[in-house]
Design a protein around this ligand. Sequence first.
Ligand code: NDP
Ligand code: MG
Length: 389
Amino acid sequence: MARTISILGSTGSIGCNTLDVIGHMGGREAFDVVTVTGASNVRLLAEQAKTAGAKIAVTADDDSYGALKDALAGSGIEAAAGRVALIEAASRPADITMAAIVGIAGLEPTLAAVRNGGTLALANKESLVSAGHLFTRAVREAGATLLPVDSEHNAIFQVLEADSRDAVERVILTASGGPFRTYSREQMALVTVESARAHPNWSMGLKISIDSATMFNKALETIEAKYLFDLQSHQIEVLVHPQSIIHSMVGYSDGSLLAQLGPPDMRTAIGYCLAWPERVRLPVERLDFVALSRLDFEAPDEERFPSLGLARNVLETGGLSGAVLNGAKEATLEAFVAGHIGFLAMSDIVGEVMVGLSDLGEPETIGAVIDADRQARMAAGELIAASRQ
Ligand code: NDP
Ligand code: MG
């Protein structure tokens, strides 16, 4: 019998890959699509809804309601728009939800899906970074199954032996190092948005590509790992591995290291989550070790990539520091993309905002997380404006 699935952020990079994987798993015979959602790309959203036979398509953009309704006319598919509609659609029962909205905008819809108690395939790392304990508590309370889509965490999940959790000493998150891995600070000061978004190995959305260039992506992932796998700061290591073939590793007390390897193609991690606990056959490239001939490793450089040190701070202090880091980071990234600040200013400003908002404590509610995000954006906005005068 077909399983029901909702895809939040279906028009994005992970969303499109998810629909592709569904196609390889039997399409409509295997999956009954409940909800698809997007924001700016209404034409693609309507096309996806019709091809997949979704029950409802939601755009987060209020102003796009008319365009979406017109594009779906005669299809029998419900159209909706806006944040409230998005959360409502995300909360409709589904066996699996792919949570692939980008940024903090994904927090509330993802939590709405968690509360259904089904399987949550989590790509939206910002939910865990910003709301860590509250998020994992909601998962436990709902009895939901949380499966990580992020390739590093998916790798760790694949090699974590359920019976040996007490013997885990550390996890090693691999990082490509991004397009500026070998650049000096002086060179980084001058890079353009175009060069920052050109990831050497992975094809991804704009935001995560730039986060890879600053290594904020890896910074977010260390925090994501803490909450997903209940780890202490000293158990989480970052290792630069430019080829992105080893997706991450788990080190055990007997000296064993278990790793998951594969070509850099998100469909493997997505397929793993959709088929779990079974495995799916996918047309991804097969690794040829002789052709690869070598894998390289380097220590991460926190002087050139201060984002990693900022994340360490979050790992150690917890509370709302993750929400502050993420909110400030999203604001500075937008300013960099708009050409308002330079590349290095992103981590400088996030660091300053974190110092200014270091006393926010542990959140009791999601409202407190959203408020911390807002405060961090405002503080970052002021620093961005000041830097332009
Ligand atoms: P994209 O930018 O490609 O897609 C983002 C999706 O979110 C789109 O469907 C977009 O709609 C939608 N969206 C954008 N803004 C809003 C908003 N304000 N409210 C609701 N929906 C919105 O991102 P990715 O697919 O690259 O990434 C998605 C998530 O997965 C991120 O959290 C990222 O960190 C994580 N991730 C991504 C990986 C990758 O390989 N891409 C790997 C690991 C994690 P529209 O396009 O219509 O505007
Ligand atoms: Mg990743």
